[in-house]
Structure formats: C-alpha cells, structure tokens
Write a protein that binds this ligand. Sequence first.
Ligand SMILES: Cc1cc2nc3c(=O)[nH]c(=O)nc-3n(C[C@H](O)[C@H](O)[C@H](O)COP(=O)(O)O)c2cc1C
Length: 333
Amino acid sequence: MDIDALTHPTDPEIATHALAEAAAAAGYAPSIHNTQPWRWRLTAETLELRLVRDRILPVTDPEGRLAMLSCGVALHHARVALAAQGWHAAVTRMPAGGGPDLLARLHVEHRSPIDPASTTHLQNIALRHTDRRPVAGTRVQPAVLAAITTAVQEQGTHLHTLRPDQILELAAAADHAQRSEAADPAWRDELAYWTGGDRPAGAGVPDAAIPERATRTPVPGRDFGHHGELPVNAGHDKAATFVMLYGDTDEAAGWLCAGEALSAGWLTATAHGISVVPHSAPIEVIAARQAMRAMIASVGFPFLVLRLGTAGPADPGTAQTPRLPAEQLIDHG
Ligand SMILES: Cc1cc2nc3c(=O)[nH]c(=O)nc-3n(C[C@H](O)[C@H](O)[C@H](O)COP(=O)(O)O)c2cc1C
C-alpha cells in the first residue's frame, strides 16, 4: 500500500473541490432569522470563515451571540462535508492575527477513511429544517435524548434537559422576553425587515415557514409579528422536550463552539426523526437570560433553548427556507 499517497494530498484539485463542497454544504446551516452572517474564502488548500457584521441583528443580537452561534453551525457543516469526502482538515478557530472577524481556518492535511457517521450527517444537512408545527404525541425516547446530548458534549458544549417546573419558568421567561422586545419599535422594525418583502432575496424567514395561526404549546414560539402560511393542526406540544444549550464562557469563542455543538446535536436529532425548533427570545433579553441561567445553578452561560419533539408527517407543501446565492457567501482565491 502506498501510505504516502493515502496521507498526503497528492491531487490538489481534489482537495480544492472538497473544500468548495464543504462551503456549499455550510450554506444549508440554520441561522438567526436566516441572516446567514458568514462568508467563506476558498483557496487551493484552505477555507476561511469570516463573520459578516452587516448581517448581525443590531437590536435583537447586539453582542453577536446568535450570529456567532449561526457561524458555528456553518463551520460544523463544513467539517462534516470534509470528513464525509474522506479528508482530514486541521481547524484553527479564531486564528491569531486574523482580526476579530476571522472565525476559523480549515486546512486540508491528508486523506482519511470516510467516517460513516459524517456521511449520514451530510445527508441530513440537506434535510434538516426548522419545522414550527406542533410536534407529534410521542415523546423523545431517553436513548435518543442521550445521543443528542452526547453529540453536543463531544463538541465541548453542554445540554440541560428542563424539568416540568423549569418548562413553566421557561414559558414565563419567553413570554416576558417577547413582550419586552415587541414593545421596542426598533426591534419590531428589525423583525419586520427580515420577515417582510424588503429582506434580501434568499435571506430572512418566509411566510411559508411561519405558522398560519398560533400553535398550542406550553412555551410560546417566536412571535413573528404576523401569521404566515404554514398549515398547523390543532395538536398540543405537550409531548415536547425543552433543552438548553449552555457553555463555560459567555464570549465569542464559546458561542462559535456552541454553534458547532448545535449542528452536531441537530443533525443527530434529524437522523432520529426528531424535529428541533430553536427558541432564542429567552436568551436575547437579559432578564430572561438570567432566569435561564438560574435554572442551571449558574454553572454556565445559556446560549439557546431548543424544542425537541417527534416530527409530524412530512408535508410536501412545506418548502425549505431559501438561501443567499453562493456568490454572496463564498469568495474564491
Ligand atoms: C442561533 C439561532 C437562533 C434561532 N432562533 C429562532 C427562534 O427564536 N425562533 C424560531 O422560530 N426559529 C429560530 N431559529 C431558526 C431560524 O429562523 C432558521 O434556522 C432559519 O430561518 C433557516 O431556516 P431552516 O432552519 O428551516 O433552514 C434560530 C436559528 C438559529 C441558528
């Protein structure tokens, strides 16, 4: 066996192609209000991920926490795509000297055996979506919840499953957060921009992904300020499980890492037929975030709440949320 051929990128064109595929796969990543606040720079053996500050939500997300989480998901999607194509890539997060917006550099180092888990993840990257319909009546099985929790922990972030009394507290925090946000005209304008007709083509949340009426749920989902066109049944979310993604440090590097964990957990959930809906309002408002932090006895910093539940039947009418054209997300050279 020619070990050298296996361990060195003998064909740079193949490596460059794999990196291009990785950037393309990252385009499927979920992001706050579908803002897609990232840009890739592709060279022969390297992909660089940059934060796009123009697409941070200044009112909803002034610290950029949710934008960084979104970039972290994109980074993990790219890592999955490289692993699924049989490449080992060195990942440098927040490379020194790159400035605050250079979030990661991926450098293909050598061929590696294709990991079957990454192949499944890659397939699920294209299938995963935010399904805001009520979940079905079957609870998430403990073994599946354990698999999702492990996937998150393997990426250096934590997942706390809320107890029934904590779900009541979450409901109160989410309700408080949405009311205080909705009372701010600047916040309403920002939401209206990303959910209305003036949003950039391929970004924002379309009416097709917003429920046609309020759903029956213990924890209010995002109030998008208007009803959409997503058909919802009269089912109640009472079989839903709520979990909190939290990390050890409340700073950019921790948020990026948590985004990678969010991707790993969400792709694992998708593989098990579990629907995931992020709830970020309780994180966006400081009083609500503090209430969330108290739930984990202040051992870490809350980054995102997720509703997990058995996905309802696939609805062919449920369109995937569109994405920005690749030329707005990927630079060559
Ligand atoms: C960090 C983050 C926060 C989000 N917060 C919410 C939220 O509060 N409510 C909601 O309904 N969706 C939320 N989403 C889901 C996005 O709106 C969704 O990912 C985006 O519109 C793209 O759609 P897709 O996930 O179906 O591809 C969030 C996503 C991310 C990554």
